[in-house]
Ligand binder design. Structure first.
Ligand SMILES: Cc1ncc(COP(=O)(O)O)c(C=O)c1O
Length: 436
């Protein structure tokens, strides 16, 4: 049965005639009969073209931390757009937003804004290479660092067989169109396996420009780092002169206002932020401390972008962060997130489903299988069909997480106790249906 009502179906036909596959980003296409067209959002809800309401746990792949159409962000953006949006100069709004980021993430000394997470990781890659004079980039299996060619290897969705032995992982190309020689500049590693990282650095350390890591696997079930893992990566990078980059595009300003550094206590050289820092407006940043940013000070390493630091996106950033710094939104988000994690874990246990609820209240996932996975390879052992059947039954009933088990559920401060109660009821009914 299609999840499109008649008006949504007609709207998607219009979309298909004007947009390739009816979407502007490939992963939004769920098939001709199952791609939903939304007309708007408010708070914790989104509405489709048939007027059907969904409690939204997708939140645009994570950004909407205060809820759709948050009044503080709307007011700030409205003021900014009327005052001129893009100039060929630094603007006051951009400086105020950068200061707000520094207040939220106190280890950050300076930053540069970009528009998307992809741009941020692309510029962080070039900065690290320019600073170290080296070419190789290391990343972990099951992480996603954006859609540029240098990092699209061993991303979520690859089979364990394709990834090779954990002792000598094979970087798996994500897309046709990526030039083959780039594969020679990438090394991949299993997450939480410090010994594998040590072996790689012992062999290749003198050529490694940067090690990128999502400190919590935001694209692979919100798997968390084991104690000592991030500390070990920090030590390895320092010892070998490589730049440690935390990709906090999903975790930043979300799992805590200060991001993963606030939670795990390990400080990188650079971090990339995006998503929750703008509550849905296109804004991102490469932030850091210490000598690496000096690569830009000295010149010769290009970073540029016409819209970077534009007044509208940075007004959204400042408003979002100032609101989060009051403490209220995070307290609400933690409360409802914990209630959902506990409630769903109880329902799963009562129904005898072997499972684990992974992650943190702002961003959590379900692993349907034995034990707790500690890396992407472990996560691939989950019961994919059960999860997808569960989520599709939930979507029919008006609750909207991603049907991809690797993609976490995202919470916003607009989710209420009532939303949690409805979600738990829908979860229970849908699970019973999915179990047959
Ligand atoms: C960890 C991480 N880095 C980078 C990106 C790319 O961000 P964008 O889609 O804004 O280019 C994403 C997108 O989901 C991400 O999850």
């Amino acid at each position: 049965m299609s999840i499109q009502g008649p008006k949504t179906s007609a709207m998607f036909d219009r979309a298909l005639a004007a947009l390739v596959n009816g979407v502007s980003s490939g992963w939004r296409y769920w098939g001709d009969d199952d791609t939903i067209v939304l007309t708007g959002g408010e708070g914790a809800y989104v509405y489709d073209a048939d007027g059907k309401r969904y409690i939204d746990y997708h939140l645009g792949f994570g950004p909407v931390i205060l809820g759709h159409g948050d009044e503080h962000v709307v007011a700030a953006v409205t003021r900014a757009v009327a005052n001129g949006t893009t100039f060929a100069f630094t603007q006051e709004q951009e400086v105020s937003a950068a200061e707000a980021v520094k207040r939220a993430v106190p280890w950050v000394e300076r930053l540069r804004f970009t528009n998307t997470g992809t741009e941020a990781t692309m510029h962080a890659t070039r900065l690290a290479r320019g600073f170290t004079g080296r070419d190789i980039v290391v990343k972990f299996e099951g992480t996603y660092h954006g859609a540029h060619d240098y990092v699209m290897f061993s991303t979520p969705g690859d089979t364990t067989d394709a990834l090779g032995s954990p002792f000598s992982p094979v970087p798996v190309v994500m897309s046709s169109g990526m030039p083959r020689p780039i594969g020679g500049l990438v090394r991949t590693l299993p997450f939480n396996d410090l010994e594998a990282a040590e072996r790689l650095f012992a062999r290749d350390g003198a050529n490694i420009a940067a090690l990128f890591v999502e400190p919590m696997l935001g694209n692979a079930m919100a798997i968390e780092p084991q104690p000592g893992f991030l500390e070990g990566l920090r030590e390895l990078c320092t010892r070998h002169g490589a730049v440690l980059v935390f990709d906090e595009v999903k975790t930043g300003v979300r799992i805590a206002v200060g991001g993963a550094v606030e939670i795990y206590g390990v400080t990188p050289d650079l971090a990339t932020f995006a998503k929750a820092m703008g509550n849905g407006l296109p804004v991102a940043a490469i932030a850091g401390r210490g000598p690496v940013l000096g690569g830009w000070d000295r010149g010769g390493i290009i970073q540029a972008g016409t819209y970077s630091g534009n007044a509208v996106s940075t007004a959204a950033t400042q408003a979002t962060i100032e609101r989060l710094l009051t403490g209220e939104p995070m307290a609400q988000l933690d409360r409802v997130g914990n209630a959902l994690m506990d409630g769903t874990a109880k329902i799963l246990a009562d129904k005898g489903v072997e499972s684990a609820v992974l992650g943190r209240p702002a961003m959590f996932s379900f692993y349907f299988g034995e034990g707790d996975p500690t890396d992407y390879r472990g996560a691939t052992g989950h019961d994919e069909d059960l999860y997808e059947n569960l989520v599709m039954a939930m979507i029919e009933r008006g609750v909207m997480p991603s049907p991809d088990a690797l993609e976490p559920w995202f919470l916003s401060a607009a989710h209420s106790d009532e939303d949690v109660a409805t979600t738990l009821q829908v979860f229970e009914e849908s699970l019973a249906e999915a179990l047959g």
